[in-house]
Design a protein around this ligand. Structure first.
Ligand code: PEP
Ligand code: MN
Length: 366
């Protein structure tokens, strides 16, 4: 149940309402948006009437129920406001969200060696990327395929971070590796194959780094949002959703079907930022630019693209990887497309306001 407070409700009154709500023996959570404060009453609210809640305070503007099975991830949970995931990278704070500039994430499928990861990191940075992606632990269909270099690859990612200041996004597959991954990653990735790994979702929900949650390859949008709900329910509100294509019956011409329609659907259902991965979404480098631009036009907040200095020699996903040159060209086109759809300049101001709040909060925590 969502309790929307009137603008300007005094602090003491917000606290009093939360206190009064305790009689229902449910969890309460205060969500401070840009315009409104919302108090969520979470749990089985079937025996609580909206009138009962409304009578608690004259400062209550509206009480409504979230009818959908996903609650914290739903747009209503924030009274329609989009959330922003702010990541603290060595090059500065980067915000993901509906009202923020588009964030570019790029890098190889897997971290292969020092030379290739540094070369890739430098080149994608020069093209405008803010994050380097690269797998240390790789989910491979065959147990005989390259599984990733594990811990030594994490060290190389840390080196690339130090050299370039790019944020790092890398996947965790096993709860046993979570601490090691969290130490290096600025954003922890949950891959498509683990979207339904509920114990892993609970664990990443209980650690402080933002989480990139990829869509399971046969997951419905509702299942995907419920997977995100696990992370939010465990205490971590910083989740970015990543559409990466769903299982296709045509394995000849595309690896997956990139579900562009998921972008506006998610926008209406959830407040969480939306990333699109056209590399895994298509499986073919030549299809990536068209689908990357389509994703931006459809409203994606971020793009994740696989880039390798020599795709023909890549240990995994070479056929879908762009060369650094191809990526540079695509990023120029993305710039033009972004201008056309007007990820407009005043929106930068909105992000900046939230960044200032983030900095103030960080300072007060220190
Ligand atoms: C990846 O990002 O390298 C990856 C394995 O993606 P997915 O989980 O979407 O297949
Ligand atoms: Mn890959």
């Amino acid at each position: 149940m969502i309790i929307v407070m009137k603008p300007g409700t005094p602090r003491e009154e917000l606290d009093r309402v939360s206190q009064e709500l305790k009689i229902f023996k449910l969890t309460t959570e205060e969500i401070v948006g840009k315009y409104k404060v919302v108090i969520a009453l979470i749990g089985d609210t079937t025996s609580v009437t909206t009138q009962q809640v409304e009578s608690i305070s004259p400062f209550i503007e509206k009480v409504s129920r979230i009818e959908k099975p996903f609650k914290r991830t739903s747009r209503e949970f924030r009274h329609g406001e989009a959330s922003e995931v702010i990541v603290d990278t060595p090059n500065g704070l980067v915000s993901f969200g509906e009202h923020c500039p588009i964030v570019a994430v790029a890098g190889p499928c897997s971290v292969e060696n020092e030379e290739m990861i540094l070369e890739t990191a430098r080149s994608i940075k020069a093209s405008g990327a803010k994050f380097l992606r690269g797998g240390a632990y790789k989910p491979r269909t065959s147990p005989y395929a390259f599984q990733g270099h594990g811990e030594s690859a994490l060290e190389l990612l840390a080196l690339a971070r130090q050299e370039t200041g790019l944020g790092i996004i890398t996947e965790v597959m096993d709860t046993a590796d979570l601490d090691k991954v969290v130490e290096v990653a600025d954003v922890v990735q949950i891959g498509a194959r683990n979207m339904h790994n509920f114990s892993l979702l609970k664990k990443v929900g209980a650690q402080p780094k933002p989480v990139l949650l990829k869509r399971g390859m046969s997951a419905t949008i509702e299942e995907w949002l419920l997977a995100a709900e696990y992370i939010l329910a465990a205490g971590n509100p910083n989740v970015i959703l990543c559409e990466r294509g769903v299982r296709s019956f045509d394995r000849q011409y595309t690896r997956n079907i990139l579900d562009i329609s998921a972008i506006p659907v998610l926008r209406s259902l959830t407040h969480l930022p939306i990333m699109v991965d056209p590399s895994h979404g298509t499986g073919k480098a030549e299809l990536v630019p068209a689908m990357a631009k389509a994703a931006i036009v459809a409203g994606a907040d971020a793009l994740m693209i696989e880039v390798h200095p020599n795709p023909a020699k890549a240990l995994s996903d070479g056929p879908q990887s762009l060369t650094p040159q191809g990526y540079a060209e695509l990023m120029q086109e993305i710039d033009l497309v972004s201008q056309v759809i007007d990820r407009c300049p005043e929106r930068y101001t909105f992000c900046d306001i939230n960044k200032i709040q983030y900095l103030q909060n960080s300072v007060s925590i220190v």
